[in-house]
Design a protein around this ligand. Structure first.
Ligand code: GDP
Ligand code: MG
Length: 391
């Protein structure tokens, strides 16, 4: 009865980032409006994007903060940033999956603290391409907007993005939502910039399957569904998988249903955002942060060494140094785990420092060299790092 997902174009994952109230959600809604008018997407109104995922769940579907649409050349899954406090949890730790980002900056306010923090974090977790949307251009004057553009280009350059080359498009999400032709054209220009500036990524489809669980839902009469973006490999209905991360140890199960944005799929591959129905799995047998993987392909571990950047206070980080025995939260893929930090011979790390550390997690999760993570404490990001060796 449901229309199957037909793969005709490369699929990419993008997301909006930027300071609160600069118009990320409005712009997301406007993009779906413009593409739905063009016939290659479904309009998703503002309140459906902004609503908490739990409230909006029905059927095997994925987090409502993801919207999908197509341009002439690509299929996109677009994630809108939730509140700033959840930014890292919901976006940055999943950003191994983000192929590019739209940085939203208000023409009225310019670069604000969260604008800078999001750019820094995007760089740390390996988002290589950022397209800038200077939003609220309907309300700003041209000279001020020119200054905002300069300021954003400088910010990008300061974080190694090559701000001179980055596309900067002046838009009005609000006016485009209202159907204003001038601002509709601006959204089209923004999408063209994303299409051309963000390259089609190389997908690791040949590697063993791995998906880090973002959300868990129960479908009455069908069972437990997990959602997330496939990090690598491919998956088909009837494939055996291993569920890792539960205290009770690994558990083998079978994928009995596979969907993307409510559409059934025959197979899914790295980069796809999917919902997996898992056979015989109780609702409390899985939670966010657990990993679904090809059996035997990964083993959860607790100890690793890493290179960590401690955010400066100017970047929203700590004002005081950390020392051995420091015990923050580690956001690794979608997992949120406490960990003990050992600084070794270097007794302390000050905000702004780059240090080598050894970490002992409170719970085993699949780890591997090169994997990025964020460090949080008291609801804010205080560091970002990359695993150098699993011990
Ligand atoms: P977010 O926090 O970044 O998701 O921002 P929202 O999309 O919730 O927008 C914040 C406020 O800015 C709302 O009152 C919007 O109506 C307003 N806004 C968003 N986009 C525009 C725009 O293009 N022009 C104007 N004038 N206001 C806008
Ligand atoms: Mg929003």
């Amino acid at each position: 009865s449901k229309t199957a997902y037909v793969r005709t174009k490369p699929h990419l994952n993008i997301g909006t980032m930027g300071h609160v109230d600069h118009g990320k959600t409005t712009l997301t809604a406007a993009i779906t409006k413009v593409l739905s008018d063009r016939g290659t997407g479904t309009f998703v109104p503002f309140d459906r994007i902004d609503k908490a995922p739990e409230e909006a769940q029905r059927g095997i579907t994925i987090n409502i903060a993801h919207v999908e649409y197509e341009t002439d050349t690509r299929h996109y899954a677009h994630v809108d940033m939730p509140g700033h406090a959840d930014y890292v949890k919901n976006m940055v730790t999943g950003a191994a999956q983000l192929d590019g980002a739209i940085l939203v900056v208000s023409a009225l306010d310019g670069v604000m603290p969260q604008t800078a923090e999001h750019v820094l974090l995007a760089r740390q977790v390996g988002v290589d391409h950022v397209v800038v949307a200077i939003n609220k251009a309907d309300a700003g004057d041209d000279e001020l907007t020119d200054l905002v553009e300069l300021e954003v280009r400088e910010l990008l350059t300061a974080h190694g993005y090559g701000g001179d080359a980055a596309p900067v498009v002046r838009v009005s999400g609000l006016r485009a939502l209202e159907g204003d032709p001038r601002w509709t054209a601006a959204i089209e220009a923004l999408l063209d910039a994303v299409d051309t500036y963000v390259p089609t990524p190389v997908r690791y489809t040949d590697a063993p399957f791995l998906l880090s669980v973002e959300n868990v839902l129960t479908i009455t009469g069908r069972g437990t569904v997990v959602t997330g973006a496939i990090e690598r490999g491919t998956i088909r209905v009837q494939d055996r998988v291993e569920l890792l991360g539960a205290d009770s140890g690994p558990r083998t199960t079978v994928v009995t249903g596979l969907e993307t944005f409510g559409k059934p799929m025959e197979y899914a591959e790295a980069g796809d955002s999917v919902a997996l129905l898992l056979r015989g799995l109780p609702r409390d047998g899985v939670r966010r942060g657990h990993v679904v993987a090809a059996p035997g392909s990964v083993v959860p571990r607790t100890r690793f060494t890493a290179q960590v950047y401690v955010l400066s206070s100017r970047e929203g980080g700590r004002t005081t140094p950390v020392s051995t025995g420091y015990r923050p939260q580690f956001y690794i893929r979608t997992a949120d785990v406490v960990g003990d930090v050992d600084l070794g011979e270097q007794a302390v790390a000050r905000p702004g420092d780059q240090v080598a550390v050894t970490v002992e997690l409170g719970r085993a999760v699949p780890l591997e060299p090169g994997l990025g993570f964020a460090i949080r404490e008291g609801g804010r990001t205080v560091g970002a790092g990359t695993i150098t060796e699993v011990l």
